[in-house]
Design a protein around this ligand. Structure first.
Ligand SMILES: [Zn+2]
Length: 215
């Protein structure tokens, strides 16, 4: 009988400690946001400058196609972008954002206007923007002035290419600096657009078409 009660107590203890472990595990899971979850960059950092061109009419579509000027990305893209921005901040620069996640429907509108894969991804394949892994960016200096990168954002011509070298030394070095820091932090550059960067770990995520929550 003594032996049985010991066994019973041991069994009960075992069950309750397992339950406690399970609850702790579940709570941890609830509070932990997955790396592939779409999040708003603003909730993770105040150190970026926003110039979200598609939330205005100042873009090649000549239409405001986003309801609000937010930068939504998958959490892993946000983490890599913040790491890159911290590096720029040490040298007196910070990232200015032109575009982040882009719903697939907007990609289709863009493709109708510019059906050239050198500048706009075919919506049949989907852009990395549609996957929450791409950003269109430039740099702003310590005085808040946008760095001269040789062309404006969404300039669809050879001058926007990383391979175009007929630019001043200053511009070439700024493009190279942007590229160096972004690559170091897990991004790939895109030859025909100096402003576009893809998170290497985000190339295979699913294309999305969800809209932002706007306040
Ligand atoms: Zn882009």
């Amino acid at each position: 009988m003594k032996c049985f009660s010991k066994l019973l107590i041991g069994f009960l203890f075992c069950v309750s400690s397992l339950q406690a472990q399970h609850e702790a595990y579940e709570n941890e899971q609830d509070s932990k946001v997955s790396d592939t979850t779409f999040v708003n960059l603003r909730d993770y950092s105040n150190n970026f400058i926003y110039d979200m061109k598609y939330a205005t009419e100042d873009n090649f579509l000549k239409a405001k196609v986003y309801d609000c000027a937010e930068c939504m990305l998958r959490l892993k893209t946000v983490k890599a972008l913040i790491a890159a921005n911290n590096e720029f901040l040490k040298k007196g620069y910070r990232i200015k954002l032109f575009d982040c996640y882009r719903p697939l429907d907007i990609q289709k509108k863009m493709w109708e206007i510019v059906s050239n894969p050198e500048y706009v991804a075919d919506p049949k394949k989907g852009s990395i923007h549609n996957r929450g892994g791409a950003v269109d960016i430039s740099l702003v200096d310590i005085n808040g002035k946008e760095v001269d990168m040789g062309t404006s954002f969404d300039f669809f011509g050879i001058q926007a290419s990383h391979n175009f070298k007929q630019l001043s030394k200053e511009i070439l070095s700024k493009r190279a600096y942007l590229k160096k820091v972004m690559i170091k932090n897990g991004f790939n550059s895109f030859d025909s657009e100096w402003w576009h960067y893809n998170l290497k770990a985000g190339l295979k995520d699913k294309v999305a078409n969800q809209k932002w929550k706007c306040d």
